[in-house]
Design a binder for this molecule. Structure first.
Ligand SMILES: *Cc1c(COP(=O)(O)O)cnc(C)c1O
Length: 428
């Protein structure tokens, strides 16, 4: 459960008034709650205690060094998707030997780097890639630990851009071909060590059923691979969803009591434990969004209000460069004024300053009738928020702040204009 709530008419993160952070750091700024991240992580680890389960946090959801550092201190492993993310983990004090490396397009340079750093396993997505890793490992005189991502053909019931477990997308190897492929690895790729099996069916899953279906479907294969190749782990991926619509209210237990259909970590664990326990394998989980999504908001200031022919607009100082989810996959974020409003709300579009019609954070939304200068909190902004930010329209990257009790710390300084252009140069 997250730690954002109104107190005495002003929204707080833990014991810090968000107005104070906006005043000191300016906007836009991402504000993370340390307590929220640590509590949810502990809840997940405890709920999974009956299994030999290990959390491999999906770094791409939010890769700030301070966040990675605090996770590493709690014994978390990491699921990475690039050499850059591996470098970040090491830089943040994390241990490469608990890193799994996913992704369809690993380069030779990245593979070499990961082998040098002794990562736990490459989660591979094609026969081509396996052959390339085999070749490189052979040249380096090492054995590369590998698993293959199996695509189980299970519909995750999520947005089409973030579903990954059906046979129409680029991820994984078809379940009908996976046994044949493992046999090929064992027979033809002497520089690979088959360490595990992996799957990941999509992101922002809000139902148990797709997880259960996929685990049921792949379990016999995992068992078979344990016997044939001695695999030691099965990673069941990430994808556990968070609360977007209802976010603020979900900071209170009453909301969860009133919404028994919501997927909780406990329900997730209770459903999968009986299916996985009999396998006798180490189980990896790769949650990204679930560990950080509801743990942050984006503070933004209302710059202007505008009444168009057909619509009201609230123009804010955060754009799709700061948080692209609404433009990219119809992501929904609640938006609340930091200073609580009690009067009648209005219906408006909340739009950014970027020169794109897709640059909105909310459309036709019932929202407080905020005035220019007021600070707003865009909720559920911790996952795929800053990590997807860009400097489009020459807007420097936002700042990031970590709240811890009644203290707060800058964990990323706002980018300066000089830094934004520092790597650009004129032709000789
Ligand atoms: C993105 C990704 C995850 C994390 O997904 P979430 O929905 O953020 O939990 C886990 N595993 C793989 C392979 C991924 O690509």
């Amino acid at each position: 459960m997250h730690s954002f709530a109104y107190r005495n008419g002003s929204m707080h993160c833990e014991d810090v008034n968000l107005a104070d952070i906006a005043g000191a750091v300016g906007t836009p700024v991402f504000v993370y709650s340390r307590k929220t991240i640590m509590d949810d992580l502990a809840e997940l680890q405890q709920a999974l205690a009956p299994l030999d389960a290990h959390v491999a946090y999906a770094v791409k959801a939010c890769s700030n060094k301070a966040i990675l550092h605090m996770m590493a201190q709690r014994g978390v492993g990491f699921d990475i998707v690039s050499g850059g993310e591996l470098w970040r983990i090491i830089n943040a004090g994390g241990d490469p030997s608990v890193c799994t490396y996913a992704g369809v397009g690993k380069t030779e340079q990245e593979i070499r780097y990961a082998l040098e750093q002794n990562i736990y396993c490459f989660n591979c997505e094609s026969e081509n890639e396996l052959r390339e890793i085999n070749r490189i490992a052979g040249e380096m005189g090492v054995k590369a630990p590998v698993a293959v991502r199996v695509n189980p053909h299970v519909d995750a019931h999520t947005h089409k851009y973030i579903t990954t477990g059906t046979n129409e997308n680029k991820f994984g190897v078809d379940i009908t071909r996976i046994e044949e492929l493992y046999a090929i690895i064992a027979a033809e790729m002497p520089h690979l060590h088959i360490r595990g099996l992996q799957m990941h069916i999509g992101s922002q899953l809000t139902e148990l059923e797709p997880f259960v279906k996929a685990i049921r479907k792949v379990s016999p294969i995992a068992l078979k691979f344990k016997e044939l190749y001695g695999i030691e782990f099965w990673s069941i991926g990430g994808g556990i969803g968070i609360v977007y619509d209802g976010c603020l209210a979900s900071g209170k237990q009453e909301w969860w009591d009133a919404h028994p259909e919501q997927l909780t970590l406990r329900k997730f664990a209770e459903a999968i434990i009986p299916l996985l326990q009999p396998l006798g394998l180490k189980i990896l989980l790769e949650p990204g969004r679930r560990l950080v999504g509801n743990a942050a908001c984006l503070l933004t200031t209302c710059l202007y209000v505008k009444k168009g022919e057909a619509k009201n607009f609230k123009i804010i100082d955060a754009g799709m460069n700061d948080i692209i989810r609404p433009a990219l996959y119809e992501g929904y974020h609640e938006i609340w004024p930091v200073k609580e409003h009690r009067e009648q709300s209005i219906v408006a579009d909340i739009v950014g300053p970027i020169c794109e019609s897709g640059d909105f954070q909310a459309q036709n939304r019932e929202i407080a009738d905020v005035k220019p200068g007021e600070v707003l909190a865009e909720m559920s902004a911790g996952a795929y928020g800053f990590s997807m930010a860009s400097t489009y329209n020459s807007r420097p990257l936002a700042a990031e702040v970590l709240v811890d009790g009644n203290k707060w710390h800058i964990i990323r300084r706002r980018q300066t204009l000089e830094q934004m252009v520092a790597d650009e140069c004129l032709p000789e």
